[in-house]
Design a binder for this molecule. Structure first.
Ligand code: SF4
Length: 243
């Protein structure tokens, strides 16, 4: 809202209050207002260096930096809201994601949506969902360290623009990549870490982001025994979001 709009609104409220009180208009000094910062959507969509989610998605579509580019049908930059409460990071696109260019749309994606919904999260209202690598590794193998490193600048740029309040890593690869560790998911899941974003473009200082990891929904589909600990992890995240 502009300062002029705010001044008009304040005058209208004052006048209405006066007439409701005693039908007598009072002389008063107009308060000073400032324009709001730029539109919040534009603000988060456009980073300090002129970067934007759209630019990143376009760059991902053009990317030929690692060998996965020659094997993909569609790259999968990610999707969700522009000011996410939670940034959900998976490993890499699977076959259905590869065909549709959207993250987490297969059976694991449907389970992820249900997991998020159980703690009032959704890719349409308060989350952004992406992966550590944006193109599908063949045969659903793990992305190699070289592929993950090659793709890391895209994720760093996304985080720099999205500025999520929390990061939720789904599975071992995402957790190990974000936390730069080789620890197993059994040790990494269910507790908070501080993730300090890389700012490769402008060296901006971004406050550490609380990060928690849990099992990948694909793992839950393979082993139902993991559902209970995953639920505990989600409740831990919820307790932070809604203390
Ligand atoms: Fe580029 Fe990442 Fe795709 Fe490799 S996985 S081609 S680095 S977008």
């Amino acid at each position: 809202m502009t300062a002029e709009d705010k001044t008009r609104l304040a005058a209208l409220l004052d006048t209405s209050g006066d007439f409701l009180r005693d039908e007598h208009w009072r002389e008063r000094e107009a308060p000073l207002f400032e324009d709001d910062a730029a539109d919040s959507v534009a603000q988060t969509a456009m980073g300090a260096g002129g970067d934007s989610l759209e630019t990143i998605a376009a760059d991902v579509r053009e990317c030929r930096v690692c060998g996965l580019c020659g094997l993909r049908i569609l790259p999968v930059p990610g999707e969700g809201v522009r000011q996410p409460l939670v940034l959900v990071i998976g490993e890499a696109p699977g076959s259905e994601e590869d065909e549709r260019g959207k993250p987490f749309v297969g059976a694991a994606g449907r389970l992820l949506d249900r997991m998020l919904a159980s703690i009032n999260l959704s890719r349409t209202t308060n989350c952004f969902i992406t992966n550590t690598v944006k193109c599908r590794p063949p045969g659903n193998r793990d992305p190699s360290p070289q592929e993950t490193a090659a793709c890391a600048p895209f994720l760093a740029r996304q985080i720099r623009i999205l500025r999520p309040a929390y990061i939720l890593c789904m599975g071992r690869i995402a957790a190990q990549t974000m936390l730069r560790t080789s620890e197993g998911i059994g040790r990494l899941r269910g507790k908070f870490f501080d993730y300090t974003p890389d700012c490769p473009l402008d060296n901006a200082v971004i406050a550490p982001i609380p990060l928690i990891a849990t099992y990948h929904p694909s793992a839950l589909l393979r082993d139902a025994n993991l559902k209970r600990p995953a639920w505990e992890d989600l409740k831990t995240l919820l307790a932070h979001i809604q203390p």
